[in-house]
Design a protein around this ligand. Structure first.
Ligand SMILES: NC(=O)c1ccc[n+]([C@@H]2O[C@H](COP(=O)([O-])OP(=O)(O)OC[C@H]3O[C@@H](n4cnc5c(N)ncnc54)[C@H](OP(=O)(O)O)[C@@H]3O)[C@@H](O)[C@H]2O)c1
Length: 255
């Protein structure tokens, strides 16, 4: 299986890193971009992937469109498509828009950057012309770097907000928590590790639990104890409303 990555930015790199760590040979991955040759050279050095500045798309089995969304349809129209597995990771581009110009079918995937460490969450929206074999191939590819969920026109914006955008939301929370620890005497790196490990552990527990989050909070927060008092402060400051509003804003399509 030969994979061509169109675009060599942060999302493309995260996928390539995760796929190589999952056992895909770097020599079967080719990356390209539009202008930044130094970036391509650096990626080839770091990961051992191939690079090209003159891609011949019919020589690849899988093509991943990982450029900015505004370039996707233009790129699609400029090339001749045969029977490749065509995957776009661009936000707000739909399979219908792509399939208007190709006969091979289109998969719109929405991964997030944790795919670099094979802990990604990827939404997969299959176009009407994607065969079952290609659906399986695309799902297997993204399962190598995390979990997948099938999405459609109505769920994709919310998957994107909750999985694609939320790493930034979590970093915002970490950024707010870190100074409290550094002021207490931890260095920056230790403070960050403490918070990140606590988040990772909590996420791991959540993935093994079915009970509502309110009950999980009760497990940790004895009435009147430090956790309970902290949770009250979060509620007074309306964290839940802020998170809800952030997700709704990120999911908006009319901007
Ligand atoms: N970052 C995320 O967390 C995330 C999550 C989910 C989905 N996405 C989607 O992933 C895509 C890429 O995001 P990103 O954050 O990686 O962006 P980025 O860092 O800006 O990278 C975009 C890359 O695309 C290249 N490119 C643009 N037009 C091209 C063309 N016509 N042919 C070949 N290469 C082209 C750019 O090359 P030059 O620099 O040479 O112009 C650059 O390497 C976006 O569509 C975004 O919606 C991103």
């Amino acid at each position: 299986m030969n994979i061509l990555m169109i675009g060599a930015g942060s999302m493309s790199e995260a996928l390539v890193k995760g796929w190589i760590d999952s056992g895909i040979s770097p020599q079967t991955i080719t990356m390209t971009n539009r202008a930044d040759r130094a970036r391509l050279f650096a990626l080839a050095e770091q990961y051992g992937v191939r690079t090209t500045t003159d891609e011949q798309i019919d020589r690849f089995d899988v093509i991943v469109l990982a450029m900015q969304p505004d370039g996707v349809l233009e790129y699609i129209k400029q090339h001749r498509w045969t029977d490749q597995l065509l995957i776009s990771v661009a936000a707000h581009i739909t399979p219908v828009e792509i399939e208007a110009h190709v006969t091979c079918g289109a998969v719109c995937a929405m991964p997030n950057t944790p795919v670099a460490f094979r802990t990604g969450m990827t939404g997969l929206w299959f176009g009407d012309h994607v065969s079952d074999i290609k659906k399986r191939q695309a799902t297997t590819l993204f399962e190598r770097v995390g979990e997948t969920v099938e999405t459609d026109a109505s769920t994709m914006p919310y998957l994107m907000a909750a999985a694609g955008c939320s790493p930034a939301f979590f970093y915002e929370i970490v950024g707010a928590m870190t100074p409290v620890l550094t002021k207490a005497g931890f260095n920056e790196s230790a403070a960050r590790r403490i918070i990140a490990q606590a988040m990772k552990g909590s996420a791991e527990l959540l993935l093994h639990e079915e009970r509502p989050t309110a009950e999980l909070i009760q497990d940790v927060a004895a009435p009147g104890g430090p956790t309970d008092r902290g949770v009250h402060v979060l509620r007074e400051h309306q964290l839940a409303e802020a998170m809800h509003a952030a997700l709704m804003e990120s999911a908006r399509e009319d901007v």
